[in-house]
Design a protein around this ligand. Sequence first.
Ligand code: 6GU
Length: 222
Amino acid sequence: MRFHIITLFPETFDCYLSHSILGRAVANKKIELNFLNPRDFCDDPHRRIDDKPYGGGPGMVMKALPIIRAWEKASVIPFREKLPFTKKRRMKTILFSPGGRKFTNEDAKHFAHHFDDIILINGRYEGIDHRVVEATGAELISIGNYVLTGGELASMVVIDSVARQIEGVLGTYESLEEERVSSHEVYTRPEQFHFKGREYAVPKILVSGHHKKIEEWRAFSL
Ligand code: 6GU
C-alpha cells in the first residue's frame, strides 16, 4: 500500500510514523509513504499557498491549483510494487474535513483490501478551495465530532488504522490479539501491588492455569 500525503507540514508525520509497528511496516516495504508539499507546486515566486475567501469571512483558504498539481503528481507515480502487468491500479483520494463522512474501522479494512494507492489531502487554515474536490474526486472524511487545526492528525489516524489491516504489518501474535486489544482487560506483572494503602491484584482466574476457564472469563468480559 502506498500512501501519498499532500501536506504543508510533512515533518509533523515523522515521529509517529517512524516508530514501532508503522516504522517496521515502512522498513519492510509493507507500506510506503510519499510526501508532497503543495508549496512545491506553486507557480508564483512568493510560493503563496493561501488567499482570502471569496464572499468574505475570516481566515484564509488554501488555493486549489498547488494541491491539484500535487495530486496529479501523486497519481502518475508508477508502481514500485511488483503488481501483475495487467492489474489496474486502484487509487482512492481522501480530503480531510471536519464536515466529512465519519471514518470507521470498516473503512480501514475496506481501504486496505481494495486500494493500492491512497492519496490523503490535508487542509489547514479555514479550508481548501472546493474545486479540489471536483478536480480530484476526493471523498470528504472526518475522524470524529471535534475540530482539529488541520488534517495531519486525521491522516495519521487513517494511515495507522489502514496499515494494521494489511497482511504482514502486524506480527502473527499481534494479529491474533486484534479483537482482544479493543475488548479485554489485560494484566501483566507484578501479580499484585499496593498504591495508597490499597492492594491491586490480578483476577485469580488469570493465574489459575486453567486455559479453558480463562478463555471463558475473557469471553464473558466482552
Ligand atoms: Cl478530518 N479535520 C479537521 N480539521 N478536524 C477534524 C477532522 C478532520 N476530523 C475530525 N475533526
